[in-house]
Design a protein around this ligand. Structure first.
Ligand code: CP
Length: 308
């Protein structure tokens, strides 16, 4: 089977079979990653550039590791130490890199739509590693893989996404994916951080009471407050946000039900998630990070082999 798309720009463009194919392939790569020799020759003749115009720890290292595990040749680009800092355009930068016979581009950019723009101007396949507030497709895929691993299914699973929905590409990609795969979704957070259009556009429930949203779900995917993307204050203070929407152990005990806790990282400890919950027995946050490598191996493998 092959993916229906040349690029991975967003979950919006994938169909259910694409998502299932990526998750199944990722499970095979996860098995490879448990072996003493964690490397396969699948992308031995493929060269990949990791273009990061915005900071990253997990996504960048996870892609780099996935590429090495697949035996690809890799180039790493950080905008702050490149000629982009001297004013070179995105398109000039990418065309110069591609002239060195690079096959595949992984890109993170603070501008929503930057990888979509690039896809219209270059011949290479592009993987969106997060574009502004638009999408973060590999995060949603690794989240789905982690939920499927934990619960054995996505269909019918009840997922609450909590926090700064307005500025979250993770929320956007998760909503597309969970809806396509038949999960039920509730969005929770302060009204100022939940766009009005979301309920209708994604067929999700909106719940402003955190305790009710948690009591309803099997899994809570908790999001970071993205102060760097907020031009004006959208809540009174981080302390008050924590009191109303932070997940604490006492809050979880009050709902008298075990729910799985997820977070894409980086965590603002003591704001959206208390440490004893983030590091607690029901947290699968580090499993998400582990699964990211297998999921990204699957995406790169499937895109690189699409034309063969
Ligand atoms: N989840 C995520 O995208 O983390 P980074 O910003 O560290 O890549």
């Amino acid at each position: 089977m092959k993916l229906s798309t040349k690029h991975l720009l967003g979950i919006k463009d994938l169909n259910r079979d694409d998502i299932q194919l990526i998750l199944t392939t990722a499970a095979q790569f996860k098995e490879v990653l448990q072996r003493p020799v964690k490397k396969v020759p699948s992308l031995r003749d493929v060269t990949i550039v990791n273009l990061f115009y915005e900071n990253s720890t997990r996504t960048r290292m996870s892609f780099e590791l996935a590429e090495r595990r697949l035996s690809a040749d890799t180039l790493n680009f950080a905008a702050s130490s490149s000629s982009a800092a001297k004013g070179e355009t995105l398109l000039d930068t990418v065309n110069n890199i591609l002239s060195m016979k690079v096959d595949l581009v992984v890109m993170r950019h603070s501008a929503s739509g930057a990888p979509h723009f690039l896809a219209q101007h270059i011949p290479a396949a592009i993987v969106n590693a997060g574009d502004g507030i638009n999408e973060h497709p590999t995060q949603a895929l690794l989240d789905a893989f982690s939920m499927q691993e934990k619960f054995g299914k996505l269909e019918g699973l009840k997922v609450t996404i909590v926090g700064d929905i307005m500025h979250s590409r993770v929320a956007m990609s998760n909503m597309y994916l969970l809806q396509k795969m038949g999960a039920e979704v509730t969005i929770a957070g302060p009204p100022t951080l939940i766009p009005k259009y979301i309920q209708e556009a994604f067929n999700v429930r909106v719940e402003y009471n955190l305790q009710k949203a948690l009591a309803w779900c099997d899994v809570a995917n908790v999001l970071r407050i993205q102060l760097e993307r907020q031009n004006q204050p959208l809540f009174s203070s981080l302390r008050e946000y924590n009191l109303a929407y932070g997940i604490s152990r006492s809050m979880l005990e009050s709902i008298n039900k075990e729910i799985v806790i997820m977070h894409p990282g980086p965590i603002n400890r003591g704001v959206e998630l208390d440490s004893d919950v983030a590091d607690g027995p029901h947290s699968i946050i580090l499993d998400q990070v582990e699964n990211g490598v297998a999921v990204r191996m699957a995406v790169l493998y499937l895109l690189a082999n699409r034309d063969q």
